[in-house]
Design a protein around this ligand. Structure first.
Ligand code: EPU
Length: 419
């Protein structure tokens, strides 16, 4: 297993390009199951999760070819309707193939994703919606088995806002008979990107980006070409890295307008973040002010930035409170940050962070994707050497983060297992 070794203390300076969004790419890949013909997707990030969804699709008989960020996906022939445990267990988002398979093939068998490091993460709302659209659902031997003659439009109201749940049912509804209304739908930019691909495929969707989405089902969808939006969480992580190192960096292809809550909070800490030409200039301040944050569905502060923001607050002047409202167990990075000298106390879903003068390098372990990112940015600011093991978590969702940071002047290297 690779490790990342960082000698902290270098200011980040220079320009870096933000990659395509992981959480937009995954449902868009699943959406290709709804179509006949060859889809072409650009700006797909090079990540482990992308390889996983590609394997799930190939296992269904779909043709998937990818190089240099461009993927051709042809689901004209779907020869299998099962997504096995071995593939789904490594990535929960694999469940997104269920609805499209039922919508197009009338039948699917997909492993239940099971537990996950950041909380229970059930899929009850996904299944409730498919049932409301007429699918017959059985849970058997750890699998969801779903059947339907043709899905039919339904009025669905989510009790909890769910991102992949909204995406899943929006996809299924595109081929249903009649109109589907999704209430309390997720408003994330990734939902909007998926809707714009589905529309290019011939779907009739209105309201994506608001809490009420209406989908008028059509008989069939065709292939489309689309460029994936840039990854707002990667961009936010790079901003925090600049904030922690008093850096001065320019982000190219930065989704500035999808990052209002994060940019607002980072500015409150004293950072300067402003559009500059085609990109965004990010300047860290000498003193990091402490700021409170509460995670919320979009357009609120994203849970996927909570861990990285906590690292920033660890080095702030004062006390800050971070409240996690989306996932019940998303403070697993705290133990590792404490080992680096951070002063953090947890009370239920709240973390109380007393800023310290400095963090010290340590051997730490990545436990999930965003937790790993928080340790990498901590290592950039810490005194001495930080060694992060289990880097595969990071590789699930960040394209060559180590190389990008090295390009900005960080003293960071990846140690391959064989070294
Ligand atoms: N929930 C239910 N029932 C459901 C679905 C969700 O109770 O059927 C609950 C969850 O347990 C959670 C809340 O609803 O408490 C919100 O979860 P959501 O369904 O929105 O999360 P998700 O769709 O599984 C996506 C991202 C996550 C991101 C969350 C929240 C993808 C592939 N994943 O997950 O991204 O944290 O939305 O924004 O889009 C990451 O990239 O590191 C990551 C974990």
């Amino acid at each position: 297993m690779d490790r990342i070794v960082i000698r902290g203390g270098e200011r980040l300076i220079g320009e870096v390009k933000v990659s395509g969004s992981k959480n937009a790419s995954l449902p868009i890949f699943a959406a290709s199951l709804l179509t006949e013909g060859e889809n072409l997707f650009h700006n797909v990030p090079k990540l482990r999760d992308i390889l996983t969804i590609a394997r799930v699709l190939k296992n269904l008989g779909v043709k998937v070819q990818g190089e240099n960020g461009a993927y051709r996906i042809d689901a004209t022939e779907v020869s299998n309707n099962e997504a096995p445990y071995d593939l789904v267990k490594t990535m929960r988002a694999s469940i997104l193939v269920l609805g499209p398979l039922v919508a197009r093939m009338r039948k699917a068998r997909v492993s239940l994703p099971g537990g996950c490091a950041i909380g229970a993460r059930p899929i009850n709302l996904h299944l409730m919606g498919l049932e409301a659209m007429g699918a017959k659902i059985d849970l058997r031997s750890g699998y969801v088995e779903a059947k339907a003659d043709r899905l039919k439009g339904a009025d669905i109201s989510f009790d909890t806002t769910t991102v992949t749940g909204t995406e899943h049912l929006m996809m299924a509804a595109t081929l249903a008979k009649g109109k589907t209304v999704l209430q309390n739908a997720a408003m994330e930019p990734e939902v909007v990107d998926l809707a714009s691909v589905l529309k290019k495929m011939g779907a009739k969707i209105e309201g994506a980006g608001t809490s009420l989405i209406e989908i008028e089902g059509v008989e069939s969808l065709h292939a489309a070409e689309h460029t994936i939006i840039p990854d707002r969480i990667e961009a936010g992580t790079l901003m925090v890295a600049a904030g922690l190192t008093r850096g001065n960096i320019k982000l190219q292809r930065c989704p500035f307008h999808n990052m209002e809550a994060v940019i607002h909070k980072l500015r409150e800490t004293g950072m300067e973040i402003d559009p500059e030409g085609e990109g965004v200039r990010v300047i860290g301040s000498r003193r990091i002010r402490s700021v409170d944050v509460k995670t919320q569905p979009y357009p609120g502060f994203p849970t996927d930035m909570q861990a990285q923001f906590m690292t920033l607050m660890s080095l702030s002047r004062g006390l800050s409170i971070i409240t996690e409202t989306i996932f019940e167990n998303r403070f697993i990075h705290v133990n590792e940050l404490q080992r680096m000298g951070a002063d953090i106390r947890i009370q239920g879903n709240t973390a109380i962070i007393q800023g310290v003068e400095s963090l010290s390098g340590a051997q730490v372990m990545a436990t999930d994707l965003r937790a790993s990112a928080s340790l990498v940015v901590a290592g950039l600011a810490a005194e001495g050497v930080t060694e992060i093991s289990r880097v595969y978590h990071l590789d699930r969702g960040y394209e060559e983060l180590d190389k990008k940071l090295a390009g900005l002047g960080a003293n960071i290297k990846r140690v391959k297992e064989e070294d």
